[in-house]
Design a protein around this ligand. Structure first.
Ligand code: ITT
Length: 197
């Protein structure tokens, strides 16, 4: 089954392929649907932004679509960067985002943070399935590791004694916000698909 994911982020797409293809889904992304054009993610919550992205694909293609909106919420920064995680430092530049995060946390003892993902699956009928996932961690004061993307090299998971940037994709997917949300989705998708228009 083809599953369109309303994302331009190749790292998210890779993680979804790793998690969904073993379950028989063939992942497509916005790269396969240029007619969707640019999407104005101006919502105030992860769910609103995921819905905006899924809606843009549904409207342009007439097909069901899944969207992932995710981000990092840092306690000492009152939940920032939150929905602004991708463009925290202006452009979508992971390195600049990480530098800004470190600068804003200089001298902070409370390093606790949460990665969150909201997944929205939307049908042309308007039927909508929403699942969420999160993981607690700590923001280090220097990056470690080169795997993953975004804030992964700064996000330390005490249980593994590794940052997400030091994990294999398999390890990351087994505990990450996106992994948890995806397993929720897999648990619900068949029944929801069959019971909605
Ligand atoms: P799409 O909207 O096209 O899917 P995006 O990267 O703009 O791609 P978001 O708006 O959801 O996606 O922004 C999420 C940002 O949060 C992302 O760019 C990273 O900076 C960060 N982020 C999300 N998930 C992450 C993860 O698993 N590891 C590290 N950083 C992550």
């Amino acid at each position: 089954t083809d599953l369109i994911i309303a994302t331009n982020n190749p790292n998210k797409a890779r993680e979804f392929r790793e998690m969904l293809e073993p379950h028989g889904f063939n992942v497509k992304t916005l790269a396969d649907f240029p007619e969707v054009g640019s999407i104005n993610e101006n919502g105030a919550t992860f769910e609103q932004n995921a819905t905006i992205k899924a809606r843009a694909v549904v409207d342009a293609t007439g097909l069901a679509a899944l969207a992932d909106d995710s981000g990092l919420q840092v306690a000492a920064l009152n939940g920032a960067p939150g929905v602004h995680s991708a463009r925290y430092a202006g452009d979508h530049d992971d390195l600049a985002n990480n530098q800004k995060l470190l600068a804003n946390l200089v001298g902070q003892n409370d390093r606790s943070a949460i990665f969150r993902t909201c997944l929205v699956l939307l049908k042309p009928s308007g039927a909508k399935l929403v699942v969420n996932g999160d993981i607690h961690g700590e923001i280090l004061d220097a990056p470690r590791g080169t795997s993953g993307f975004g804030y992964d090299p700064l996000f330390y998971v005490p249980k593994f004694k590794l940052t997400m940037g030091e994990m294999t994709d398999e390890q990351k997917n087994s505990i990450s916000h996106r992994g948890r949300a995806t397993r929720q989705l897999l648990a619900k998708i068949d029944e929801w698909w069959n019971q909605t228009k």
